[in-house]
Each structure stands twice: as C-alpha cells, then as structure tokens.
Design a protein around this ligand. Structure first.
Ligand SMILES: *Cc1c(COP(=O)(O)O)cnc(C)c1O
Length: 377
C-alpha cells in the first residue's frame, strides 16, 4: 500500500473551497503586495506566538536574513549556532559576511547544548541562533542567560516550531530577540509556495525589519539603509489566514500520532531490543501538556541506511534530516573544522531517520510503518 512522508493532497482537500475563495477574493481585489491580508496575518501569527509584532517575509530563510540585518550582523561578527539544522540557519549569517561558530547538540533533543555554548563566546560574538529542531524548543533559559551576560542577541530559528512551547509555557518566537518562522509547504503551517515571518516583542526592531523588507525605503524612494525585497505575497497571506484556523487541530493530531507510534514501537519490541530509539518530548510535565509539535518524527535506528532503502522500496516515506552537519559541508571548509569536532551532530547525521507524522496519517498507516520496520529487523 505504502505511506508517503507527507500527503499535501489529503491535507488541502477539505480546505479547497475555503482556500479557493480566499484566492479569488485576492484576485478580485487585484492588490497583490502587502495590504490588509498581510497585516492581519502578522497580528494573528505574532499573537499565536505570544509576541507583539510580526513581519511577513518571502521565506524562513529571508526571515533569518532580515532578523540578522536588523540586529546589525556584518563582516567581522561571529554568530553561534548549531551544526545540525537546515542549511539556511548558518547560510543567512554567512551571506552578511559573518563567521558562523558551531556548538554541538544535545543527542536526545538534537538542539544546541547550552552547556557547551559559553566556551564558544568571544569578543566578536554578536548573536546566537538556537534552532527549535523538529518542533521542540531549544533549552532557552540558559541560552538567554549566556546572551544577557555577554550582551548578545538571540535569533530563534522556529521554522519547524510554530506554537511549540518551552517548559514554562512560553512559545517559540517569544523568548529571544527575534523569532523566525517558515511557511514552506512541509512546515506545520505551510502556504502554497514560499513564505515566512519574523516575530518580535521589540517595536524598534519590528519597524527596522518592516523597512528592510522594502529595500530600506522610508519614506518611499528615500533610503537610509540597504534592505531588499523580502515581502510576503498577499496571496500567500490570504491562504495562511485560512489555514491558521486549523493549526491547533493539526498539531493535536501530530501529537496523537506521536503517542500512537510510542505505543506501537513499544509493542513491537523494537525499542526494547535497542533497534529503535524514539524521539523524546522532554518538556512534557504532569501529563498535562505535550509541547513538541512534531514537524518531524525522527528515530535513531540501527543500520540506518539499509533501513531507509528498505522502507523506500516498500513505499514508506522516510528522509534523513540532515545527512551532513554544517562543519563538514564543502562550502564551510574554510572554517577549519574537521570530522570528530561535533560528535553528537555527526552521530545524529549517521543514525537518524524521519518517518511519516503528518496530521492526516491514519492508525492503519502507522501500523504499516511500524510493521515494515519490524520486518526489516
Ligand atoms: C525550513 C527551514 C528554514 C528555511 O525556511 P524556508 O522557508 O524554506 O526558507 C530555516 N531553518 C530551518 C530549521 C528550517 O527547517
């Protein structure tokens, strides 16, 4: 039968009429740049993230870029981040002339390890970019402590983590200086193409990012700073204003799917035999809240590459996020890192595998995924 890694067709089918109506309305208005759909979405998404201001931008990548521009990152600056993330996290800093400095991850959460962070701060450090990888918040309290101590900005890469909560209930994008979201179609809140948002509680930074988004123009055709064209399309904002109404339900279903995988894997013996290690939602307390939003459900497994080939051959979607940590990427060879520098990241790159977790995944499909993995072993 097979199970895809993500099924956008079943995801969008029930919303087709509502989305088409939103598109039609935008088409009728013939107003395609910024406007009320964008500002409405900015307010709603910022509120959803427990923050004050949202600036709709072209992508998650450009949210990171605009955020780093707004805090003044430039050549000579160092930006600390994880070596284990999607490329944009480090790429954005380098595009502004900064030097990326990597700190290894915690092997359980795959997020930057705050205990290792202090050692990498130098007099040139300007910012830290923690990533809330796979939908679980990085350990923000100690990160913010270190940032405060050294007067650094913290840019949260929350591309995979909209609505994810830290142990005290604070949401991704509300804890750092600026938070960055992506609306790429595979994220928990995805549009019909590329889109993103920078979120902040700081009114001055919000204003600066709004100006940077339109080539630094303020008023129109007068430029005190150099920005770019980083505007979120009105048509994407209109779609997102529809889809945001359903986000909580989708998140709940992802969490239910994660719980069901837990039960199925325990029943299968795969966990007890050490073949499969399940992802841990570390902020789950008193059984009340479940803060992981599971943009990805990532296992640590024995014989990863063989298992992946087997699953794909059986029609089960699986993907490696991410096979090469930043410090071993060809484009970063000039930084002088070598194999062995970040063992937790290198281990994760070699041993982990994402399996389907999307909201519409059925219990039968999950059983098929787990049974196919059991058959492999
Ligand atoms: C998706 C993603 C991005 C980039 O978002 P785009 O919208 O694709 O540009 C950045 N960081 C992380 C961790 C991501 O997962």
């Amino acid at each position: 039968m097979g199970v895809p890694l993500l099924d956008l067709k079943v995801h969008h089918e029930p919303l087709q009429r509502e989305i088409m109506a939103a598109l039609e309305q935008t088409f009728k208005s013939q107003a395609f740049i910024l406007g009320s759909e964008v500002s409405k979405l900015e307010g709603r998404v910022a509120g959803y993230c427990q923050a004050k201001y949202g600036i709709g931008v072209t992508s998650g990548t450009d949210a990171l870029l605009v955020a780093l521009m707004a805090i003044g990152v430039g050549s000579g600056d160092e930006v600390i981040t994880t070596p284990y993330s999607f490329f944009a996290t480090a790429g954005a800093a380098v595009r502004l002339g900064a030097k990326p400095v990597f700190t290894d991850i915690d092997p359980i959460t795959f997020n930057i390890d705050p205990a290792k962070l202090a050692d990498t701060v130098t007099s040139k450090t300007k910012a830290i970019i923690p990533v809330h990888l796979y939908g679980q918040c990085a350990d923000m309290a100690p990160i913010m402590d270190i940032a405060k101590q050294h007067n650094l900005s913290v840019i949260e890469d929350a591309a995979q983590a909209i609505g994810s909560e830290y142990h005290d209930g604070r949401r991704a994008c509300s804890m750092g200086t600026i938070g960055c979201l992506s609306f790429f179609p595979s994220k928990n809140l995805g549009c019909l193409g590329d889109g993103g948002m920078a979120v902040t509680n700081d009114p001055d930074l919000a204003e600066r990012m709004r100006v940077l988004r339109v080539h630094g123009s303020q008023p129109k055709y007068y430029h005190k700073v150099i920005g770019g064209n980083f505007r979120l399309d009105t048509i994407q904002a209109a779609v997102l204003n529809v889809k945001l109404n359903y986000l909580d339900g989708w998140t709940r279903r992802r969490q239910e799917n994660a719980n069901r995988y837990g039960t199925l894997f325990q029943q299968s013996d795969l966990v007890r035999k050490g073949r499969v290690q399940l992802p841990e939602a570390i902020y789950r307390f008193s059984g009340v809240k479940h803060h992981h939003i599971y943009n990805q459900f990532v296992l640590r497994v024995e014989r990863r590459d063989d298992l992946m080939a087997y699953l794909l051959q059986k029609g089960i979607g699986a993907e490696i996020y991410y096979p090469v940590p930043f410090h071993l990427q060809e484009c970063f060879r000039y930084l002088g890192y070598k194999e062995g520098d970040f063992p937790a990241s290198e281990g994760a790159a070699k041993e982990t595998l994402a399996i389907p977790i999307y909201p519409e995944l059925t219990a039968e499909q999950q059983t098929e995924v787990v049974e196919t993995i059991a058959t492999f072993y």
